[in-house]
Design a protein around this ligand. Structure first.
Ligand code: CTP
Length: 399
């Protein structure tokens, strides 16, 4: 998604300017061409040499730099950009952009570009909360600028408060989302489920499984990066929430079902990557069950089958985690649950399935086509699954 994208990264004079080096590094590592513009104040906080070394590209600091490769820089940078990101953005640059002032290279580039512009404010809490700054931000929002953060936390003043630069994951996630606009899932609503549900035994214990949620989260991020509106219904897991995705947190299979029924009323596809518990205690104890030497027998029942029972005019995709008879079992689930296709994986392999970052899957569709993919990163598996979803989506009517 970021590969070969041209990103103009504007850095302004905030203590948080040092974090721009990490942003530039992550974007460069993801394959983007990062062209940095630093204001003269930013140079007081971080050396241009650092940014030049990280991006491996020429960097602009002055309006008229005869040695630069960009002829009329604000025009050529503005034209080349797929997105302009200002991180950190001071109250000063926000005010200048809101007023249309063009007295430095960064302002000129923003005024001259047709690319989307995202800004991540970073400043002291009172400066941020000041109605003048808020008015300026509202103006920029109304002009379709994407505002990222700020976050709450430790500030340079030594106080805790609102005004801290948004987390780098938040900034990069938003950049990915903006660049994904107009992707092959633009205008589509994709619902993804993830993680292992937890079925309570008593207030402190539950039945669950080894699902890490990584496959579902990879699917949610990949769909976001292809332009979809994404709703992620997630069981409790330890991964950070994906940026730019609507997240609904659930505990039990029953809660997951209720959430899925609600959000799929407007969905184009449901991808059930969650490992829904197959058994739950018939009744959870109100109080903590005390240890008994004689042991304990739990009476279990099956929670409702979500995929098999949810109704609607959307593409249905299931996962099948199998330890034997992979294709046979997966085909059975495909039919029983009325799916468009199923993604089966062998959970006995140590590099595939639960907990790891890779997966080796076989995709089986309604036509009986069996597509065995090699071992891939879960993100790559997610892309292949979404390719199949795109193929199944109704094609726009040609006139
Ligand atoms: N699934 C579901 N509701 C359930 C159980 C499973 O929607 N109560 C979905 C899973 O999210 C997955 C697919 O059905 O997409 C297959 O799940 P899996 O656990 O492999 O199959 P089960 O139907 O539970 O059968 P078994 O555990 O016996 O293999």
């Amino acid at each position: 998604m970021l590969s070969n994208k041209t990103i103009v990264l504007g850095i302004t004079g905030s203590i948080a300017a040092y974090k721009a080096a990490e942003i530039a590094s992550q974007l460069t590592q993801a394959g983007a061409n990062v062209n940095v513009i630093m204001t003269k104040e930013a140079i007081q906080f971080i050396s241009p040499i650092t940014l030049r070394a990280i991006t491996g590209r020429p960097l602009v600091t002055e309006m008229f730099d005869l040695a630069s490769e960009f002829s009329i820089e604000h025009v050529s940078l503005a034209e080349a950009a797929d997105i302009v990101v200002i991180a950190p953005a001071t109250a000063n640059i926000i005010a200048k952009l809101a007023a249309g002032i063009a007295d430095d290279m960064l302002c000129c580039t923003v005024l001259a570009t047709k690319a989307p512009v995202a800004i991540a404010p970073a400043m002291e809490t009172n400066m941020y909360n000041n109605p003048i700054t808020q008015d300026n931000l509202s103006k920029l929002k109304a002009r379709n600028f994407v505002i990222i953060g700020p976050a709450t936390g430790w500030l340079a003043s030594g106080k805790e408060g609102l005004g801290r630069l948004a987390d780098i994951d938040d900034i990069i996630g938003n950049i990915r989302k903006v660049l994904g606009r107009g992707g092959d899932l633009a205008g589509k609503h994709i619902v993804v489920t993830a993680g292992g549900t937890q079925e309570p035994i008593d207030p402190v214990r539950y039945i669950s499984n080894r699902s890490s949620g990584k496959m579902g989260y990879a699917l949610a991020e990949a769909a976001r990066d292809r332009g979809a509106k994404v709703t992620l219904v997630t069981a409790p897991i330890s991964l950070p929430e994906p940026v730019g995705v609507d997240v609904i947190k659930v505990g039990t299979a029953q809660e997951m079902r209720q959430a899925v029924v609600k959000v799929t009323s407007q969905a184009d596809a449901l991808i059930m990557a969650a490992a829904v518990a197959d058994y739950r205690p018939i009744k959870a104890a109100k109080d903590k069950i005390k240890k008994r030497e004689a042991g304990l027998t739990l009476e279990l029942e099956c929670p409702p089958d979500i995929l098999g029972s949810v109704k609607g005019n959307f593409i249905k995709v299931g996962f099948a985690a199998e330890s034997s008879n992979l294709v046979k079992n997966a085909k059975q689930k495909l039919q029983q649950k009325g799916l468009d296709f199923i993604v089966a994986n062998d959970i006995t392999a140590s590099d595939s399935g639960f907990g790891v970052d890779t997966n080796k899957v076989t995709i089986i569709d309604q036509e009986g086509k069996i597509d065995s993919l090699p071992l891939l990163a879960k993100r790559e598996v997610a892309e292949r699954v979404l390719d199949r979803v795109v193929e199944l989506l109704p094609k726009p009517k040609s006139r």
